[in-house]
Design a protein around this ligand. Structure first.
Ligand code: SF4
Length: 67
């Protein structure tokens, strides 16, 4: 059986720019400390493209997608 795609944020690398939240508020939320939290660590298939887009867009390369 296939492993689900997973997404994570390195809190030390995150600069709080919130691009990820703009791309997918279902996957990411920047908390009150200015660090992006992952809302769905196991990425549902319909959000896979947005997870990759966020990974590519993050200015500090804080987002990692594994599949
Ligand atoms: S796009 Fe990157 S730096 Fe910006 S809030 Fe999201 S994880 Fe943090």
């Amino acid at each position: 059986m296939d492993e689900p795609m997973r997404v994570s944020v390195d809190p030390k690398a995150c600069a709080g720019s919130a691009f990820c939240q703009q791309i997918s508020p279902d996957l990411f939320r920047v908390d009150e400390t200015g660090v992006a939290q992952v809302l769905l660590p196991e990425v549902p298939p319909h959000l896979a493209n947005l997870a990759h887009e966020a990974e590519d867009t993050c200015p500090t390369n804080a987002i990692a997608v594994t599949e």
